[in-house]
Design a protein around this ligand. Structure first.
Ligand code: NAD
Length: 506
C-alpha cells in the first residue's frame, strides 16, 4: 500500500549509496543488500548495499586522517563550524522530519516538534560547549611544581546507534565527540540510516572537514563488531539493548577501549495516594505511548498506591482508547506503527502470554483497518505479578503495566526491582515524599510529576544494567575526552630532594 503523505524520495537522494565516508556518499561493498521499509505501509523506501569490513576500514582511515587537524582546531573554530551545522539543520528541518517519519513510522508532529528541533538545539548547545571544556585549575600542589590538567580528545570514536530515535541518537553520539576534537565513525541501525546520512551531509555543508563525521551502514554482527574491535578506534560508544551491549563490551574490553554504554530501560512510574490523578493519568498515557512506546525511558511499569489504583486503571484505559492511530504523515495522527512487523509481533507475543496471568484492560490487538502497517493498539495490562516477564522485560512497544502498592517503602522497592535503572518518575503533591523517591529510586533520571522531557543542558544515562556514561550536557565531555596531568618542575635544581630515595646521600 502506497503512503501518499511523504515527499522524501530516499531512492533518489541516496542513489550513490548509504555509506558516508570522507565527505561523500558511497556504496557498501559487503556484497549484501538491505531494505529500508516504511513500517506504516510495508513498502520498500530504499534498497542499499550494506557496509562490510572494508568499508569500516575506509571510514576509520578517513576519521584517523582527519583527527590531527580537527583536534588541533581551536575551540572557537570547532564552535563556529558547529554553529553553521546547527543552521544547516534548521534550513533542512522539514526534510529531516519527513525522512525520520518515513523510516520509523513516527507521527510527523512528533518529528517536527521533538526529534528535529531537539537535534538542532543539541547541535547549538555543543557548539557553545566546545568553548567551555573544563579542566581542574593549575596550581603548585607539591610546592616544587606547577601542575595543570589538559582535557584532550581521545581519537577515532566508533559509535553504534539503535533505530528508535535515529536522528537524535546520531546527534547524541556525534556532537559531544566532535565538539571535544574527536572524529567519528557511526554505525546506525540497518533499518534506519536515512537521517544519519542527512546529518553527516549537513556537517560537510557546514564546513566540518571531510572525515570528521563518517557513517557506515552495515549489520551489527559484521560491520558493528568490526568497528568495535578495530585497532585504530580508540573508543566505543554504544546505544542499544543490554544484550548487544554485553557483546560490545566484551569486544571493546578485549581491545582495551574507552567504553560508553547506553542500554535498555524499564522505567517505573510511581503514583502516591496524594498525587493529582488527572495529571498522573495523562502523564502515564503520554509517557508510555511516546514514539509508540519505543523509547528507552518510556513509562512501562505504573505502581499506584492502593486508594487510587482502580480509578487510575479505569481512567488510563479510557484515555488510551482515545489515542488516534493512523498515517504518520496525517497531522492529526497521535500514534504511528512500530518500527517493523517483527517488533510488532514480538510485543504482541508478550501481551498474549500475559493473558494467562494478568488482565488486559484495553488494547492487546492489531487495529482493524491498519493491518497493512506494523500497528498495535495502546495496551494496558493490570494485575501482573512483579516477577512476571511483562513486568521485568523491556518490550519496546505501546504497553503499560499497572500494579498496586500499599506503603511508600513498598512502592519504591518495587520501582527498583528490575535489572534496569535508566529513568523513573514519582507522582505526589507532598514534597517530602517526592524528594525521598528521587533519592531512593536507582535511575539516571527521576522526574517529579512528569515523565519524558529531556533537555540539552542535562545529562541522560543509566544506572545498573541500563549502562554507564552520559549523553547530552557538559557531562558527556567526561566520556569523550581524556585527562592529562602536566607537571612542571619549578626548582631548576639537578639533584632534587626526592632523588634521595635512589641515591641516598650521594
Ligand atoms: P540493538 O541492541 O538490537 O541494536 C543497536 C545497534 O547495535 C544497531 O545498530 C545494531 O545493528 C547494532 N548491533 C547489533 N548486534 C551487534 C553486535 N554484535 N556488535 C555490534 N553492534 C551490533 O537495539 P535496537 O533494537 O536497535 O534498539 C532498541 C534498544 O536500544 C532498546 O533496548 C533501548 O532501550 C535501547 N536504547 C537505549 C537508549 C539509552 O539512551 N539508554 C536510547 C535508545 C535506545
Amino acid at each position: 500500500m502506497h503512503n501518499p503523505g511523504h515527499r522524501f524520495q530516499a531512492q533518489d537522494r541516496f542513489a550513490d549509496g548509504a555509506q558516508y565516508i570522507a565527505g561523500r556518499l558511497a556504496r557498501g561493498t559487503s556484497g549484501r543488500t538491505h531494505a529500508v521499509v516504511d513500517p506504516a505501509t510495508g513498502d520498500e523506501v530504499l534498497g542499499y548495499e550494506l557496509a562490510g569490513a572494508e568499508d569500516v576500514d575506509a571510514a576509520v582511515a578517513a576519521a584517523r586522517g582527519a583527527f590531527p587537524g580537527w583536534a588541533a582546531a581551536t575551540p572557537g573554530e570547532r564552535s563556529d563550524a558547529m554553529h553553521r551545522f546547527a543552521a544547516e539543520l534548521a534550513d533542512h528541518a522539514e526534510e529531516f522530519a519527513q525522512a525520520e517519519s518515513l523510516q520509523c513510522g513516527k507521527p510527523i508532529k512528533l518529528t517536527r516538534e521533538f526529534d528535529v528541533p531537539g537535534t538542532i538545539d543539541n547541535t547549538a548547545f555543543f557548539a557553545g560547549a566546545a568553548r567551555h571544556l573544563q579542566g581542574q585549575s593549575a596550581g603548585e600542589y607539591s610546592g616544587d611544581h606547577t601542575s595543570y590538567v589538559r582535557r584532550e580528545p581521545i581519537g577515532v570514536v566508533g559509535s553504534i546507534a539503535p533505530w528508535n530515535y535515529p536522528l537524535q541518537m546520531a546527534a547524541w553520539k556525534i556532537l559531544p565527540a566532535i565538539a571535544a576534537g574527536n572524529t567519528v565513525v557511526l554505525k546506525p541501525a540497518e533499518l534506519t540510516p536515512l537521517t544519519s546520512l542527512l546529518f553527516a551531509e549537513a556537517a560537510t555543508r557546514a564546513g566540518i572537514p571531510d572525515g570528521v563525521v563518517n557513517i557506515v551502514t552495515g549489520a551489527g554482527r559484521d560491520a558493528g563488531e568490526h568497528l568495535v574491535g578495530h585497532p585504530d578506534v580508540a573508543m566505543t560508544s554504544f546505544t542499544g539493548s543490554t544484550a548487544v551491549g554485553r557483546r560490545v563490551a566484551e569486544i571493546a574490553t578485549s581491545t582495551v577501549k574507552r567504553l560508553h554504554l547506553e542500554l535498555g530501560g524499564k522505567a517505573p512510574f510511581v503514583v502516591f495516594d496524594d498525587a493529582d490523578l488527572e495529571a498522573a493519568v495523562h502523564g502515564a498515557v503520554a509517557g508510555s505511548l511516546i514514539n509508540t512506546g519505543q523509547d528507552c525511558t518510556a513509562a512501562t511499569r505504573a505502581y499506584v498506591q492502593r486508594p487510587l489504583y482502580e480509578e487510575f486503571v479505569a481512567r488510563t484505559a479510557d484515555l488510551m482508547a482515545t489515542v488516534r492511530l493512523g498515517d504518520p504523515f496525517a497531522p492529526d495522527t497521535d500514534l504511528g506503527p512500530l518500527i517493523s512487523f517483527a517488533q510488532r509481533d514480538r510485543v504482541a507475543g508478550f501481551v498474549e502470554r500475559a493473558r494467562s496471568y494478568a488482565r488486559v484492560v484495553t488494547g492487546g490487538e492489531v487495529p482493524k483497518g491498519l493491518e497493512h502497517g506494523a500497528y498495535y493498539r495502546p495496551t494496558l495490562v493490570a494485575d501482573a505479578a512483579q516477577d512476571s516477564e511483562i513486568v521485568q522485560s523491556e518490550l519496546f512497544g505501546p504497553v503499560l503495566v499497572v500494579l498496586p502498592f500499599d506503603s511508600d517503602d513498598e512502592g519504591i522497592a518495587l520501582a527498583n526491582d528490575t535489572p534496569y535503572g535508566l529513568a523513573a518518575s514519582a507522582w505526589s503533591r507532598d514534597v517530602y515524599r517526592a524528594n525521598r523517591a528521587t533519592r531512593e529510586i536507582q535511575a539516571g533520571c527521576v522526574w517529579v510529576n512528569d515523565h519524558i522531557p529531556i533537555i540539552s543542558e542535562m545529562p541522560h544515562g543509566g544506572y545498573k544494567a541500563s549502562g554507564f556514561g552520559k549523553d547530552m550536557s557538559a557531562y558527556s565531555f567526561e566520556e569523550y575526552t581524556q585527562i592529562k596531568h602536566v607537571m612542571f618542575d619549578n626548582t631548576a635544581v639537578a639533584r632534587k630532594d626526592w632523588h634521595r630515595t635512589i641515591f641516598g646521600d650521594r
